[in-house]
Design a protein around this ligand. Sequence first.
Ligand code: ATP
Length: 371
Amino acid sequence: MMGHVNPPGSTFEIAVLPGDGIGIDVTAEAVKVLQATQRRFASFSLNLRSHECGAICYQETGDDLPPSTLDAVRAADAVLLGAMGHPDIRKPDGTELTPQVTLRVLLDLYAGVRPSKLYPGARTPLADVRPGSIDFVVLREQTEGLFASQTGGVVLGNQVATETLVMTRPGVRRICEFAFQLARDRQANQQRPRKVTCVDKANIFKSFAFFRKIFDEVASDYQDIHAEHAYIDAQALHLVQRPGRFDVLVTENMFGDILSDLAAGLIGGMGMAPSGDIGDRYAVFQPAHGTAPDIAGKGIANPIAAILSAAMMLDWLGKRHRHADLVNAGQAIETSVIRVLEEGKILPVDQGGSGTTTQLGDAIAGVVSRT
Ligand code: ATP
């Protein structure tokens, strides 16, 4: 636990961007749970303010990320985001609105942190796994790789199409440093041997051999953490067959995008998968899922991914500001999620239960403020 405790009354500004579709429903529950931490911990307060952003905002204002929202995000200590986008609302060129991706670029959120933990009651498709036996993090580099050419691909004469994969030494180095720091941090929390797996395709591509070389350089500075390599194709298999073997997996942008969805599938799907987009100065926390238009407005979205993202946010804030109770509050949220799932009286619809979004939020918030 952290040694330094801030004086009572530390206030943290949280910019809340609910967005569209189920983003709105699940964010309301995450906010409810954050407010419940306020009843339990007197040593900090959270100033939770909502701001317009997303596809509906674009429809109404012509802007999916208004300057006032961006200012609020930059001024905040952390950002809690729901989900953005709408299949029927698009830019004039036909592309979807993705202000959450714009934020990654503008705020240099290079580390996509996607934990995969198997909780009680979660509907895993795997046999022979028990709650707690899957506990790893996919760490996705988010500023370069194959996504660097996101809008810069070229189609020549309707015959040839190209995209460019970009890797820079500083870009690879900082994500690898982040991976080892994360592994060290997890070791401190859970007292079990920790390791970082570099997931690449170094046997075929020069760019990935470069990634691996830099990974090895960084690894040599972290002798206390075990370092290993895996090819992306083999890693996809390993994750399904032996998910319990992994701790931190660091990888390129596109590979991380795919692997993190596979990882979410192992622990019950998108409704159970939290995430953080983290840079050196800013961080945005959001469920890994999108706006899920098929269930939007029905009140049955699973809010657990959003609630666990809020827990990650408190943990990040607590470590950044050396504020022990924020870290404790993050842990209290996770413990409360586990308690509600273990109890099994209210289970999310996507996990085979019949609990509504609000019932789950109420139940988790109730445990947070009681225990
Ligand atoms: P996007 O393109 O923004 O990622 P999407 O709807 O295509 O949005 P997701 O929202 O990530 O993709 O999810 C795909 C499907 O998974 C949804 O249509 C929905 O059925 C299910 N799903 C996602 N999130 C949840 C959730 N929190 N609770 C229940 N089901 C969910």
